[in-house]
Design a protein around this ligand. Structure first.
Ligand code: ADP
Ligand code: MG
Length: 295
């Protein structure tokens, strides 16, 4: 993997939400590097911090501690104006609910044009560009349809065109296929792949769908506000993942992630398999291997 071109660098991200009586630590020192042109998926249980991470990368939330830089710029050091421009121009967002992506009272083409408010383009230019984007997502035939006149999958395609309206560098999609069937989900994934290949867009997709997640080169698993494991595609499957039908094929190698303090998370399954049921374990190095055992 190319480590030389980092676009997004998250360093020890912490996010604490304060509600009336409790504090929730949604991110607990998360480290992540995403290279330019990568397409990766983020998985994890509900409440593990996936959306919080996306919102921080998208500039919609600020971390309580830690640092995030995008293209070498620290988000914390940006002025209000730079931040607005960052959200509009650098980032494209696709949400699970089309109602959050599309205005119900605008047609497909109007929705895209309405998002080009930062472009300084003339009306005619906007129209032409919006038509181009609809073509790119295969929705030209619904250019004059309102969201309610389209299926969930069609609405998501238009939503993706809207997210691309200002020619972003990074496309963030938070469970974009959460509300559509498997077949539609596969089509949307193919569209993301095309955008990644043809436009060189950096794409991060949060998903519950393991099949969808595993069709990407890199799969990050978040547990309790940190990246716990990372699956990386094996060399021989690199450009071929979307053609793999067999779910039992081992297409990825799975790694546990060591944090900066060299801590590693063990899953419930690992603990059960090793018969570890106490919070104290013995750790030793034997024959060049780190061994963790209960006794
Ligand atoms: P995920 O997307 O993985 O389901 P989230 O990032 O939405 O998880 O949430 C992580 C944790 O932070 C959860 O415990 C959630 O309840 C909490 N949380 C998220 N947003 C807020 C908020 N605006 N106010 C208070 N707590 C929040
Ligand atoms: Mg979420």
């Amino acid at each position: 993997m190319c480590e030389t071109n980092p676009l997004i660098v998250c360093d020890g991200l912490v996010k604490i939400y304060k509600t009336k009586d409790i504090e929730v630590m949604a991110l607990q020192g998360l480290d992540l590097t995403v290279n330019k042109g990568e397409m990766l998926s983020v998985i994890g249980k509900s409440g593990s911090g996936k959306s919080t991470l996306m919102n921080i990368i998208g500039g919609l939330e600020t971390p309580s501690a830690g640092r995030i830089t995008v293209d070498g710029m620290s988000l914390a050091e940006m002025s209000e104006r730079e931040m607005v421009a960052y959200r509009k121009r650098t980032i494209g967002f696709v949400w699970q609910k089309s109602s959050r992506n599309l205005f119900p009272y605008l047609t497909s083409i109007e929705n895209i044009e309405a998002s080009m408010n930062f472009s300084g383009m003339k009306t005619a230019e906007k129209k032409a560009r919006a038509a181009e984007l609809l073509e790119l997502v295969g929705m030209t035939h619904k250019k004059d349809s309102y969201p309610r006149q389209m299926s969930g999958g069609e609405q998501q395609r238009v939503s993706i065109a809207v997210a691309l309206a200002n020619d972003p560098v990074i496309l963030l999609a938070d469970e974009p296929t959460g509300a559509v069937d498997t077949k539609t989900s596969a089509k949307i994934l193919a569209l993301f792949r095309k955008l990644n290949k043809e436009l060189g867009l950096t794409i991060i997709i949060v998903t519950h769908d393991m099949k969808l997640a595993s069709s990407m080169d890199r799969v990050l698993m978040i547990s309790d506000g940190k990246i716990s494991t990372e699956k990386i595609v094996r060399e021989e499957f690199k450009d071929d993942l979307h053609n793999i039908e067999h779910e039992e094929t081992r297409t990825h190698d799975e790694f546990s992630v060591l944090d900066k303090a060299h801590r590693v998370q063990l899953s419930e399954e690992m603990l059960a398999a090793a018969g570890i049921d106490s919070n104290k374990v013995r750790v030793s190095v034997e024959d060049g291997k780190v061994v963790i055992r209960s006794e």
